[in-house]
Design a protein around this ligand. Structure first.
Ligand code: AMP
Length: 135
């Protein structure tokens, strides 16, 4: 995908600050970091979302994220981290090339994440039924 920004990073056509690479993945610093140390674990191949990516590749991504997150936390002195992976515009995905955000956390005040509301238990079983029937 010649117009994909992450394909261009993978191919070295636009610069990135890389912290890791192997035959299938590269990891580079996000240029709009949510916290210091925020980096992106990306596939070399172009897969727009998790739904498009091969299972074996996805199976290798999480152990790699675990290793990277450990290094990121030590590297910036963080005590926790978020792994965030957006799929589709409705989920906030801006770059249509599979990637996982590794976001180290030092301070709860940094958390911009919206907390949930108590579930409506008259509806929750039906939501679960709709999910189960599509597995
Ligand atoms: P998402 O909303 O999950 O698609 O996130 C895309 C992320 O890619 C954002 O956090 C951007 O800051 C980041 N990003 C976009 N272009 C670049 C780039 N050239 N180098 C590093 N990070 C980038």
């Amino acid at each position: 995908m010649s117009d994909c920004v992450f394909c261009q990073i993978v191919n070295g056509r636009i610069p990135s600050i890389r912290v890791y690479e192997d035959a299938d993945f590269i990891v580079f610093m996000d240029i709009n970091p949510i916290t210091t140390g925020h980096c992106l674990l990306t596939t070399r191949g172009h897969y727009p979302t998790t739904s498009d990516a091969p299972d074996d590749l996805l199976a290798r991504a999480l152990p790699l994220a675990k290793k990277l997150a450990q290094a990121v936390m030590i590297g910036v002195g963080a005590e926790g981290f978020n792994l965030i992976q957006n799929n589709g515009r409705m989920a906030g995905q801006l770059v249509d090339h599979w990637h996982l955000h590794i976001i180290p956390r030092k301070d709860k005040a940094e958390l911009p994440l919206k907390t949930g509301e108590p579930a409506d238990f008259t509806k929750l079983p039906f939501v679960a039924d709709n999910i189960r029937s599509n597995l």
